[in-house]
Design a protein around this ligand. Structure first.
Ligand SMILES: *Cc1c(COP(=O)(O)O)cnc(C)c1O
Length: 225
């Protein structure tokens, strides 16, 4: 193995061990948690190396990059997650390679996906910041957007997704997210999943119920230039 592959394997093992320990501490089992490796900025070779180490779920946040990387690795049996802001005119294209879209945040995107001929999984992204310009629906709109997704037969609603704000302790942010998840479940009882937790906060996210971790640099290393 190359030095890079060894480093990748070590970082993956470390994240898996930390995930296991955080699950144990909060009385959860590792099986409840899906690890999504966010491969943005990293080449096809990194995806192949991680797939060889057993990673099955990958995330991307930009359509062009996602499209070329998923095309290039089409021979592998991988699950792709779209985790970035999605323009409604790209939504249907993204749904060709992504089995799950984590960033449903507007009626226009949901309506674009209504025209699909297959079903995909979706998360509603919630804005945890005080700034309305950031990605995600405002908390006051959770029930309305949830209903809208439930009325869209091509989307299976899995739950809520969020990115913790930079200017707040992740504990309080993920605590709010857990409340928002419960609000969503009042309307959509099956939408129990929580997509949260990145390189710098995934153990905290696990303590507050995260089921889908989206981890980039802790596994991929620094961005490849
Ligand atoms: C890049 C990205 C991640 C992973 O970030 P890291 O800090 O590298 O773990 C997770 N979620 C989203 C939406 C991202 O854009």
């Amino acid at each position: 193995m190359t030095q890079d592959a060894v480093a990748l394997e070590e970082r993956l093992r470390s994240v898996n061990q930390r995930t296991e320990a955080a699950c144990q501490e909060s009385g959860r089992t590792r099986d409840e948690v899906t690890l999504i490796v966010v491969s943005k900025f990293h080449p096809e070779a990194t995806v192949r190396a991680l797939a060889a180490l057993g990673v099955t779920d990958f995330g991307e946040n930009r359509h062009q990059e996602a499209k070329s990387k998923t095309d290039a690795t089409a021979d592998l049996d991988l699950n792709w997650h779209f985790v970035g802001q999605l323009q409604s005119n790209k939504a249907r294209q993204a749904a060709r390679y992504a089995s799950t879209i984590h960033s449903l945040d507007r009626e226009a995107v949901i309506d674009a996906l209504a025209k699909l001929e297959h079903r995909i999984d979706g998360f509603v992204q919630i804005n945890l910041t005080a700034n309305e310009g950031r990605g995600g629906v405002e908390p006051k709109d959770i029930e309305r957007i949830t209903e809208h997704v439930l009325n869209t037969p091509t989307i299976s609603l899995r739950g809520v997704m969020a990115v913790a704000p930079l200017d707040e302790a992740p504990e309080s942010a993920f605590e709010r997210l857990r409340e928002y998840s419960l609000r969503m479940q009042q309307v959509a009882p099956e939408a129990t999943a929580i997509s949260a937790g990145m390189t710098h906060d995934f153990e905290t996210a696990l303590r507050f119920g995260a089921t889908h971790l989206r981890i980039g640099s802790a596994i991929t290393g620094n961005r490849a230039e």
